[in-house]
Design a protein around this ligand. Structure first.
Ligand SMILES: [Ca+2]
Length: 93
């Protein structure tokens, strides 16, 4: 992988990690429903409470009541189609 591609992937991952750290207000490396709702509001998503809860339940794949970092990354990766992103990089070769 070229340096430019490594930088692009690194930048992409930082874009995922930073919002999680900001949302994790008590720094326990997971988001509860309240933290998630506050983050959605603060990030200006425009989601109402019902929509926020639906998305929280989607992210909380093990139904623990908390979104851990693995669940967060996995849900986002699926959402933006991580495979498509890398296929674009491969086409640039
Ligand atoms: Ca937390």
């Amino acid at each position: 992988m070229s340096l430019a591609k490594q930088f692009a992937v690194y930048s992409f991952l930082i874009c995922i990690i930073n919002p999680f750290k900001i949302a994790d207000r008590n720094n326990n490396r997971s988001l509860d429903r309240e933290e998630f709702a506050i983050a959605c509001k603060n990030f200006g998503t425009g989601l109402d409470a019902t929509e926020t809860n639906i998305i929280f339940d989607h992210f909380d794949s093990d139904r623990s009541g908390h979104i851990n970092y693995d669940e967060y990354v996995y849900a986002l990766a699926v959402r933006i189609n991580f495979i498509l992103l890398f296929s674009i990089f491969e086409r640039e070769k």
